[in-house]
Design a protein around this ligand. Structure first.
Ligand code: IVH
Length: 692
């Protein structure tokens, strides 16, 4: 066993401080000073040092924040002082009652000051600090015994591992772990992307994240701790609740901006009403206010009942959940073509807002929650999020409830509705579907698609609103007269738009395929399809086999292409486009030779004569294809400076490896490349190059 040198001890100490400082800049102040890579390097250096010399790991080392090996269960964590609950008040009268009881108990006629705070809707936890060091973090559990979640809670940037001095020799800091609404939204988006069910609300997400046996999962979830009270306290004294809250901020906890001290219960009622009005502006969910007698001596005199203290009360807001009935379930088509099941409800007041529709997210969710037409359900609102159906009250079923089936044709346009493989969302494939027309039009005219200048979002909105454009083909029927009548459109701009549309009719096939907006077919796949099939007619009749033989096209993409080109509505729109003069050009046929036709290139390393993007463009323009990884379908690997592991892969796969020079020769000898390549212009810096 070796011992660390003086220098190593000093460095470990310094690293700990540096990393904690940058953690705070990043997580608490939202203003990082160093790059992620620089941060990672510091972190790695400390991990290395601590692995070599475990004695160097400080009790507040930032490396403790990343989680440890998964547990099979949580150790039990008995609370030294019970974590009590709160009695509830739901209106002003009940608050006045609380004051009457308090005064009676104390025999007090004078002023009583109340410390008031929002009631955070999360998971209650207790953090124990001994000599300033976090030694245990426990959930509330049943109030007497919780679960030891120390490793998990150490990963929260808002929980200090070590208190800032001066601190008591022993203190239990109590508070709530919440998930901010923005972090909740982000987490559910990720769940959705991964095909996992969403969390019902931020509280469930927070609780689920804290109670993870694998602390590495907790470390990835964004959780926030907000302190609201103190349990055991040795070596310190506070005369008021307010004073203890202020001390918590000095020790390093987040401040609570909405905290006030008021001297009459009428003012307290006003505060509760104010907070309730602002409820939806909070960054996290709150479900009420907590009112505490501020004076610690009075608190002690009041003492506790069996389950709650006499010195505090919760003023509860009306729940953001309510009970109602599902009248019907209807498919709703969004701008991207996603078909979402939406529940039509018997209107119900949820936290002050009448709700008559609620999202069911997707078909998987309808089945998982087993929600049927006619069911009694719980609906919920959160922040400005769309109301959703949380669950069905199955005990109250009559047997008359009807299961919802996803439609196979779009309720708006009648095109096919399909569920692309591996996705949870059903989609309308209709090219002319009004529900998604705007999005499609925007994509169609965009630079990397048909590149129609002068047709912006504003114009598209007007054209759709006035019913002048019902599908992408209608764009080509627009006349100068019609266009010049639109808002902010002069005669000249109208003329330009018509000219731009005329020019677009002969855009390259690859651009046109991209412009169609077929799911999973982006620019690169579109270029590959154009290079392979050369005309739209051939592509439209391509078999699955033919599609699968193309580099980068797997079963999911092939099935999406076939489905697109077999949809009657889509065929109709394409025929309309052709009848209006659309005639996409094929790069190879147009250039008059095979050139790179059919050859697939993979690029690696740095090219000196051009950027990678330029090389890709050139290959595609000459009818070749570009792929990102080497396979047996690769024709050439172009190896620039400092090539990567692709060289080895190419050797193994027997793929021809060519230098940049050889590549340039190849493209320059291509019959479709009209401008000759000279040694001279190759040497020029990229910005001045006129390579091809
Ligand atoms: S003080 C002795 N303050 O509400 C009572 N509790 O029903 C100490 N809660 O599970 C509680 N926000 O986790 C207090 N600002 C706040 C709170 C708060 C949320 C929770 C607490 C407890 C429940 C009590």
């Amino acid at each position: 066993m070796s011992t660390p040198s003086e220098k190593e001890i000093k460095r470990a100490n310094e690293l700990g401080k540096l990393i904690s400082y940058h953690n705070d800049r990043y997580h608490l102040l939202d203003s990082p000073e160093i790059s992620d890579a620089e941060y990672d390097a510091l972190f790695r250096e400390l991990v290395d040092l601590e692995e070599r010399y475990p004695e160097l790991r400080a009790p507040d080392s930032p490396t403790l924040r990343v989680g440890a090996a998964p547990l099979s269960e949580f150790p039990v964590a008995p609370h030294s002082e019970p974590m009590l609950g709160l009695e509830n008040a739901t209106d002003e009268a009940e608050l006045l009652d609380f004051e009457r009881r308090t005064r009676k108990f104390l025999g007090e006629a004078g002023e009583i000051r109340y410390e008031c705070e929002p009631k955070f809707d999360g998971l209650a936890v207790e953090l124990t600090y001994e000599d300033g060091v976090l030694t245990r973090a426990a959930t509330r559990g049943d109030g007497l015994v919780g679960e030891d979640v120390t490793t998990n809670l150490r990963t929260l940037p808002t929980i200090p591992l070590m208190l800032r001095a001066p601190y008591p020799s022993l203190v239990d800091v109590r508070g709530e772990v919440v998930m901010l609404l923005k972090d909740f939204k982000e987490l559910n988006d990720e769940q959705d992307e991964r095909g996992l069910p969403p969390f019902a609300n931020p509280r469930n997400a927070a609780a689920g994240s804290v109670r993870q046996l694998d602390s590495k999962v907790t470390a990835k979830r964004k959780l926030t701790f907000i302190g609201y009270g103190i349990g055991r306290l040795v070596g310190f004294e506070f005369s008021s609740q307010l004073e203890s809250m202020e001390a918590m901020v000095e020790w390093g906890f987040l401040p609570n901006d909405y905290r006030v001290v008021l001297s009459s219960i009428v003012e307290v009622a006003g505060y509760c009403a104010d907070i309730e009005r602002q409820r939806e502006d909070f960054a996290y969910e709150i479900d009420g206010c907590v009112i505490k007698v501020d004076d610690r001596t009075l608190q002690e005199r009041l003492g506790n009942k069996a389950r709650s203290p006499r010195w505090a009360i919760a003023y509860k807001f009306p729940p953001m959940q309510a009970r109602t009935r599902v009248e019907n379930i209807l498919p709703s088509v969004g701008r991207t073509g996603a078909v979402t099941p939406v529940a039509e409800l018997t209107p119900v007041n949820v936290g002050g807002v009448t709700v008559s529709r609620a999202t069911l997210h997707n078909m998987d969710e309808v089945l998982r929650k087993d929600i049927r037409i006619g069911d009694k359900v719980i609906v919920q609102r959160a922040g400005d999020v769309i109301p959703e159906v949380v669950r069905a009250i199955k005990e109250e079923r009559t047997g008359e409830e009807i299961e919802f089936r996803m439609v196979d044709h779009c309720p708006v346009c009648g095109a096919k509705v399909t569920r692309p493989e591996g996705e949870v969302v059903y989609r309308c494939e209709g090219l002319a579907c009004p529900a998604q027309l705007r999005g499609r039009l925007r994509h169609f005219v965009s630079r990397r698609a048909m590149d129609v200048e002068g047709v912006g979002e504003k114009l598209i909105d007007q054209l759709v609103e006035q019913g002048m454009v019902k599908d992408i083909a209608d764009l080509f029927t627009l006349t100068e007269e019609e266009l010049s009548g639109m808002e902010r459109m002069g005669q000249k701009s109208a003329k330009n738009v018509v000219t731009a549309l005329e020019e677009a009719k002969t855009r390259e096939l690859g651009h046109f395929i991209n412009a169609l907006g077929i799911r999973h077919v982006g620019e690169a796949t579109a270029a590959n399809l154009a290079a392979t099939f050369k005309t739209l007619e051939v592509l439209m009749g391509a078999s699955e086999e033919a599609l699968l033989s193309i580099e980068d096209i797997g079963p999911q993409v092939a099935s999406s292409i076939i489905s697109f080109f077999t949809d009657e509505k889509n065929i109709e729109t394409i025929e309309k486009l052709i009848s209006l003069g659309l005639s996409p050009s094929s790069p190879v046929a147009h250039a008059g030779g095979q050139s790179l036709g059919g050859a697939t290139f993979v690029l690696t390393g740095t090219l000196s004569a051009m950027t990678r993007e330029e090389a890709k463009e050139t290959i595609k323009r000459l009818g070749g294809k570009v792929s990102s990884s080497v396979s047996s379908k690769t024709s050439y690997l172009v190896a620039g400076d400092s090539p990567g592991s692709k060289v080895k892969k190419a050797e193994e796969a027997g793929v021809e490896i060519i230098s940049e020079e050889q590549f340039l020769q190849l493209v320059n000898s291509s019959p479709s490349n009209t401008e000759p390549q000279t040694a001279e212009n190759v040497k020029k810096p990229p910005s001045q190059q006129k390579l091809f």
